[in-house]
Ligand binder design. Structure first.
Ligand code: GDP
Ligand code: GDP
Length: 433
């Protein structure tokens, strides 16, 4: 499991700038999403050979009244509680503020180790920058510049020092499904529906609060694993939705799954949180099925309107199948599994080299890559470079001159040739010149 870093600090200290630095933006895919890139709060990162997840709690900040943040948002505290590494960011230019002290007090109460980073320190003497922040009592402050990238490598080395490099685990040869979504969309209801009541009670074992529960089950004779982030085992206890929803569990479940089921509530507008989760799934390259829940008892004209809205807003997830279901009444769950199976086999598909090369040749015959000035790119052959998601590596010359639109055309060709559904496919290139 990758360690999770959580960024905490008052507004404007540079959390989102740091977040962007620490996370790689995978393809054009994520970069292209209008409105989504601005609001990314969850991401994957890698420095050297250490991989991690980053959560920017800036997204959970409560409305700031009169410039004073009254209390740290509950979700922030929960993320702090569950994270592996807590990174508290302060601002070198503004110096130590009363709000910083309040946050430090709250963080200290958690009893967790907190790392202190003094941002915007470019061009300033280290000792001068850090001096006043010792008062926070959180140990040695580290001077960084998120905007310029100064000190970030050292920062990651220090905070992740104790974490082993992620080892590639053997994946089971059946679907491992993460059922995710924001609070109250019906995740627990869906998990209960899928597993059946008796099954769930059998798993009423005490787990740690931060770990998701992995539940193996069979459906129509086929094995599956569900990664339960919603905590069905809490069933019967009165728990507030906000408390059983965990961003970190959600991110780790998506990372660890081979199919994500994103549950949306048909009765609510698509929210920033929905979009942010969708963006993270995309960034991970996970196979995806979308379950639009609470479809029961909706008038026909409303259904038509909701469908139209969703298809418009989720156009960036066009590869994912949309299902309209009622977890409460059990409608549509069978269809959901048909798509889960298909998405799984697509994500894990073995793409035979001869067939890939033929697809490449056909694509080029139909449409040559455009000339770029004096360069005429040549596509020679292709082979599979990975699974979950499938990666196709194309070899040739002058490939760096090929425009994105042509790579998307190839992507589309391979998806069609191998009849992949429910998974993104990534085309990468290797120059042989
Ligand atoms: P957040 O509210 O904590 O997420 O802060 P932002 O990342 O939005 O940054 C707030 C402001 O500080 C923006 O104008 C950034 O450009 C600026 N900023 C962020 N990091 C640095 C830095 O390392 N140096 C300087 N000089 N400015 C920075
Ligand atoms: P979670 O927070 O995502 O796990 O959501 P829950 O499963 O706890 O469901 C939140 C609320 O939505 C509960 O009151 C459920 O009874 C209700 N709910 C869940 N699924 C459906 C559904 O298909 N139709 C309707 N009408 N309500 C549902």
């Amino acid at each position: 499991m990758k360690p999770t870093l959580v960024l905490v600090g008052r507004p404007n200290v540079g959390k989102s700038t740091l977040f962007n630095r620490l996370t790689k933006t995978r393809d054009a895919l994520v970069a292209d999403l209008p409105g989504l890139t601005r609001d990314r709060h969850y991401g994957n990162g890698k420095v050297g050979n250490k991989s991690y997840l980053v959560v920017d709690t800036g997204g959970f900040e409560p409305v700031v009244k009169d410039g004073i943040m009254h209390e740290m948002a509950r979700q922030t505290l929960q993320a702090v509680d569950e994270a592996d590494v807590i990174l508290f960011i302060v601002d070198a230019r503004q110096g130590l503020t009363p709000q910083d002290k309040q946050i430090a007090d709250q963080l200290r109460k958690t009893g967790r180790k907190v790392w202190l980073a003094v941002n915007k320190a470019e061009g300033m003497a280290r000792s001068v920058v850090t001096a006043e922040f010792y008062e926070l009592g959180l140990g040695d402050p580290m001077a960084i510049s998120a905007a310029h990238g100064d000190g970030l490598r050292e920062l990651i080395d220090v905070v992740l020092g104790d974490f082993p490099e992620a080892s590639a685990e053997e994946d089971p040869d059946h679907p491992k499904i993460a059922i995710i979504g924001r609070p109250n969309v019906g995740k627990s209801t869906l998990v209960n529906r899928i597993l059946g009541e008796e099954r769930v009670i059998a798993f009423d074992a005490p787990g740690t609060t931060r770990d998701s529960i992995y539940i193996d089950f069979e459906r129509e004779g086929k094995p599956y694993t569900i990664i339960d982030t919603a905590g069905v085992r809490k069933k019967g206890k009165v728990t507030e939705a906000i408390e059983k929803f965990s961003v970190i569990k959600t991110l780790q479940a998506v990372e660890d799954a081979n199919v994500a089921v994103l549950v949306l509530d048909a009765r609510q507008e698509i929210s920033d949180q929905d979009a942010s989760l969708a963006g993270f799934i995309l960034e991970c390259g996970r196979a995806l099925v979308i379950a639009v829940n609470k479809w029961d008892n909706l008038p026909e004209d409303q259904r038509t309107r909701i469908k139209y809205e969703l298809e418009r807003k989720l156009s960036f997830l066009a590869f994912a199948k949309l299902h309209f279901i009622s977890a409460l009444q059990g409608n549509g769950v069978g269809g959901l599994f048909a798509s889960i199976d298909k998405a799984y086999s697509s994500a894990m598909a073995k793409l035979a080299t001869p067939k890939l090369i033929r697809a490449l040749q056909l694509a080029v015959e139909k449409q040559q890559p455009p000339r770029a000035g004096m360069f005429r790119p040549k596509l020679r052959y292709a082979h599979q470079g990975g699974s979950n998601p499938p990666v196709v590596v194309v070899h040739g010359t002058s490939l760096e001159h090929i425009p994105d639109s042509y790579w998307r055309y190839l992507e589309h060709t391979f998806v069609k040739m191998f009849q992949l559904e429910g998974t993104p496919l990534s085309v990468q290139y290797k120059r042989n010149d």
